[in-house]
Design a protein around this ligand. Structure first.
Ligand code: UDP
Length: 243
């Protein structure tokens, strides 16, 4: 598949990506593997914004199911994303990649607050900026946070790193005949409720005309390969784009 050259990308990683083979928490070896992917993309000349989820530690909805008030649970989830952001910061810096963490919820002992112009300046200086705490609001997700930051940072595309190599018309782990799309429109994703990102995030990308590239982050070297237009991925975009 030929992709246009995306200079500035926002990479969204679910918390689950960071737990490796485990069932919970942060696996340092997996963080390092993911950090190497980011370093390779950066070394190839791309500007990288990173948004990490928190599902490997805490989700507000799961807390609510066990009696934790939803808003409180969502703030706990946002705090989980800050832990993941710090883990990725530490790992990237160990590999020699300069970073800054900016949080949607202010915590000035730990990281910077989100300030778009300042984030832009960090990127201009060659740093990877890691955005933590999603949108800073309960009842949202880090997918929506990623779409929002991608729009604010004028990213050319939102890269969603998953454990499959794109978007399928059915779950490829359950349905042997599931077909992978090379490219599809935002409308189809929303109408068919395809599991790309949550609907609010997809709609925000559609309205800001930001393509979503879904690819397998677990395959070594894949982020840089997809960015070169060589890997396997699905691009979600306005239907007539690049036709
Ligand atoms: N969260 C929130 N507002 C946001 C982003 C996240 O309330 O803008 C909370 C929410 O409770 C969510 C948790 O943080 O369940 C972890 O984020 P998410 O589920 O998006 O993480 P992921 O699935 O990507 O690991």
């Amino acid at each position: 598949m030929t992709l246009p050259r995306f200079k500035r990308i926002l990479l969204k990683l679910s918390g689950e990506v960071l737990m490796g083979q485990g069932q919970f928490g942060i696996d340092p070896a997996t963080c390092e593997r993911v950090a190497l992917e980011i370093k390779a993309a950066k070394d190839a000349g791309h500007e990288i914004c990173l948004v990490v989820g928190g599902g490997n530690i805490f989700r507000g909805l799961a807390g609510a199911a066990q009696g934790i008030e939803r808003t409180t649970g969502d703030y706990m989830g946002m705090l989980a994303t800050v832990m993941n952001a710090l883990a990725m910061q530490s790992t990237l810096e160990r590999l020699g990649v300069d970073t800054r963490v900016q949080s949607a919820v202010q915590m000035d002992k730990i990281c910077e607050p989100f300030i778009q112009r300042r984030a832009d300046r960090h990127i201009a200086k060659g740093r990877v900026v890691i955005f933590a705490a999603g949108t800073g609001n309960p009842f949202f997700t880090t997918d929506s946070g990623a779409a929002l930051r991608a729009a604010e940072m004028k990213c050319d595309a939102l890269f969603k790193g998953t454990s499959v190599d794109g978007v399928y018309d059915a779950d490829p782990k359950k349905v042997a005949t599931a077909k992978r799309y090379d490219s599809l429109g935002y409308g189809r994703v929303l109408a068919d409720n395809l599991k790309v990102m949550d609907a609010a995030a997809v709609a925000l990308c559609r309205d800001s005309n930001i393509p979503i590239v879904v690819f397998n982050i677990r395959e070594p070297g894949n982020l840089a390969a997809v960015l070169r237009g060589e890997g396997t991925a699905t691009i979600v975009q306005n239907e007539n784009e690049y036709a």
